[in-house]
Design a protein around this ligand. Structure first.
Ligand SMILES: *[C@@H]1O[C@H](CO)[C@@H](O)[C@H](O)[C@H]1NC(C)=O
Ligand SMILES: *[C@@H]1O[C@H](CO)[C@@H](O)[C@H](O)[C@H]1NC(C)=O
Ligand SMILES: *[C@@H]1O[C@H](CO)[C@@H](O)[C@H](O)[C@H]1NC(C)=O
Length: 361
């Protein structure tokens, strides 16, 4: 798996030369190989090399604005045809209550050409790669959405039981595309930090790391400032993971490119909106209140762990998405219907496309 990063990148080259070539051609041709994360790296590292591009070329502006437009989605009641499809799928006769989502079609978002990837696309994109999802129950729901996309809903049904063994890890390899997926139960931020250290120790890095923890901490520790302390430690451990960050003395295009190819794509899974009156225990209603939720979120901003604030992780904003979906999309005020995580998975995949765009050249 040490070379897994190569697979991801090489496949993206293939990918761009077929399915998405036309819609993403703008990005492919206009942008240099320079990855978006570079802005952050050069700002926050001691590396200074005046020969480096500053990352402010028009193309990187386009790419960055697309990265930050990824959450411009609508969630709405499924229209008739979507409902019919769904009824056939699930044999449900409960009427049409399902929600759907799509990207907004306004100018700047439309220009980014986001694509809802289907199974064949995802198979190519993730072929030969190692994906790690770590965190609490939200992270597990992301795994469900991702695997449903890759395996289809029938394939997913077969493994659902294993995946949902309480508080356990889950690993699978999707043979037809050689994708390895590990779910790590990591309810505390400290668990995520340990995981980062393990990757570093083994010198074995996933291609994609999606992580997030907070709900469990809020319920069991309930101390936002301690949460912030763990987030800072996590940020340090993530920064120390990025091999290219440390080992590059003189960056020339060739070496930096191959180094970049091997650094993982990093995502943070944000917390959902908690609907207090729907939470299913008294303890939850008391501890997981709005004030505490905001305090936890504030720590995420304050510690600048997110790309949005110059950090290493791109946030998948579950709070935003779950808020769009609203109370009709949750039964326990905390875990939302598939549509929320489906949208988040597609946002992640499109972020991978945007980033690999840079790397694939
Ligand atoms: C995955 O990659 C392998 C090796 O490059 C290739 O043989 C296979 O056809 C690919 N599968 C998909 C679904 O792209
Ligand atoms: C997560 O961290 C907690 C607190 O440090 C620890 O007690 C627990 O064993 C860890 N869990 C895992 C799965 O590593
Ligand atoms: C939160 O943790 C900090 C540091 O451990 C401690 O000083 C503070 O009193 C705690 N706050 C609450 C409300 O327990």
């Amino acid at each position: 798996m040490g070379m897994a990063g190569w697979h991801l990148s090489r496949n993206k080259v293939l990918f761009f030369s077929c399915a998405l070539f036309i819609t993403l051609a703008v990005g492919v041709h206009l942008t240099p190989f320079f990855p978006s994360i570079s802005n952050f790296l050069y700002k926050s590292s001691s590396i200074s090399d005046s020969s480096l591009p500053t990352g402010t070329t028009s193309s990187s502006v386009i790419r960055d604005s697309c990265i930050f437009s990824l959450h411009s989605v609508l969630i709405y009641k499924s229209d008739y045809s979507e409902c019919v499809d769904d009824a056939i799928d699930s044999n449900s006769d409960s009427g049409c209550k399902k929600m759907s989502w799509k990207w907004k079609q306004s100018g700047s978002v439309a220009n980014c050409g986001f694509q809802r990837l289907k199974k064949p696309d995802v198979s190519v994109l993730l072929n030969g790669s190692w994906v790690v999802v770590a965190g609490d129950s939200q992270a597990r729901l992301m795994v469900v959405s991702l695997l449903e996309l890759v395996l289809g809903s029938d394939g997913m049904k077969k493994i659902r039981g294993d995946l949902f063994k309480r508080h356990s890890d889950y690993s699978t390899t999707v043979d037809e595309i050689g994708m390895k997926l590990d779910f790590m139960w990591a309810p505390y931020v400290r668990n995520l930090t340990n995981l980062m250290m393990k990757f570093k120790e083994n010198k074995d890095y996933p291609d994609v790391i999606l992580m997030g923890a907070g709900l469990w901490d809020m319920l069991h520790v309930n101390n936002a400032s301690e949460y912030g302390v763990s987030l800072s430690a996590l940020k340090d451990s993530v920064l120390s993971l990025l091999p290219v960050f440390r080992n590059v003395d003189s960056i020339d295009r060739e070496t930096s490119e191959s180094a970049w190819i091997r650094s993982p794509h990093l995502f943070w899974l944000g917390m959902p909106v908690l609907i207090n009156s729907m939470l299913n225990t008294e303890e939850k209603r008391e501890r997981m209140n709005d004030v505490m939720c905001n305090a936890y979120d504030d720590e995420v901003s304050r510690t600048k762990i997110l790309r949005q604030s110059g950090g290493p992780l791109l946030k998948l904003d579950i709070r935003w998405l779950s808020d769009l979906c609203g109370t009709q999309c949750t039964v326990d005020g905390m875990h939302y219907d598939g549509v929320v995580y489906d949208a988040a998975v597609q946002i992640m995949l499109n972020a991978l496309l945007l980033e690999s765009n840079q790397k694939a050249r």
